[in-house]
Design a protein around this ligand. Structure first.
Ligand SMILES: Nc1ncnc2c1ncn2[C@@H]1O[C@H](COP(=O)(O)OP(=O)(O)OP(=O)(O)O)[C@@H](O)[C@H]1O
Ligand SMILES: [Mg+2]
Length: 242
């Protein structure tokens, strides 16, 4: 579904991403793991067309989407839940969700159906329909950010640290929702530092460090990986990383 080939992205003279290659297949949940500053957010921003690449290609469903502008990429079926919940705090929950549906704004009937499905998936949003988004709790804002991206009817959803700032119980709930969304056909690419939680719903994963993929494999292989533990668990010294 998504193929990234030798992608390089630079902010200044140093590359933040260095010849990254990876893929996500239809129907998969794939984790992108790595320590702070590894380049995870940079990769998602590039996939969404917000950052431009200097080298490499991004292929989505057989089509080259490298450096297309962000709204074109949304219309191809890639949704993005950015790090830090980009919602409109002065607008109500429902108005935020409608902003997510702007590409389909003329399809009133379908939007109503999408909304029902999102309310079913994230019932807290239904309870809070008319509340101003800025007054929602952190967890509720995270749900709204996910719901807003879902209103764009993505085939592939990119999630940037969805567990950030959530209490453990809520994290479990959010990840159970992801599992459910995946079961209904949505493909997920999840950036996380909660490695166990993220790998528990993933089939595969990649470990990013200093802008490079240093390890990839099945979720179970990664769960036992020394490199992963060294990068994120922090109890093995660097000298062990091959
Ligand atoms: N706008 C920018 N200008 C210059 N450098 C940047 C910019 N944004 C990010 N960087 C640098 O690029 C590198 C990768 O950052 P990125 O935000 O992609 O990391 P990350 O893996 O998402 O980290 P975190 O887990 O902390 O969110 C970092 O060294 C960061 O300082
Ligand atoms: Mg980040």
């Amino acid at each position: 579904m998504l193929k990234i080939k030798k992608l390089t992205v630079q902010y200044g003279p140093l590359p933040a991403l260095n010849e990254i290659s990876l893929e996500v297949k239809h129907g998969e949940v794939v984790s992108l793991l790595g320590p702070n500053g590894a380049g995870k957010t940079t990769l998602l921003l590039t996939l969404s067309g917000i950052l431009k690449t200097t080298e490499g290609r991004i292929i989505f469903e057989g089509e080259d989407i490298t450096n297309l502008n962000p709204h074109k990429i949304v219309s191809k079926g890639i949704g993005h839940v950015p790090q830090g919940r980009h919602i409109f705090p002065t607008l109500s929950v429902i108005d935020n969700l409608m902003m997510g549906a702007y590409l389909h704004r003329d399809e009133k009937k379908e939007i109503k159906k999408d909304l029902e499905w999102i309310y079913q998936l994230l019932p807290v949003l239904k309870e809070r329909t008319h509340q101003r988004a800025g007054t929602l709790s952190g967890g509720e804002q995270q749900m709204l950010s996910i719901g807003k991206a879902m209103m764009g009817r993505p085939k592939l959803l990119l999630l940037d640290e969805p567990s950030l700032g959530l209490a453990p119980r809520l994290m479990d709930e959010v990840f159970a929702t992801f599992r459910e969304m995946n079961r209904k056909g949505l493909t997920l690419f999840i950036v996380e530092q909660e490695i166990h939680l993220s790998l528990s719903i993933s089939s595969r994963g990649y470990l990013l460090r200093n802008g490079r993929v240093i390890k990839e494999g099945s979720a179970s292989t990664l769960m036992e990986s020394r490199e992963l533990m060294a990068s994120l668990g922090g109890y093995l010294p660097d000298v062990y990383i091959g």
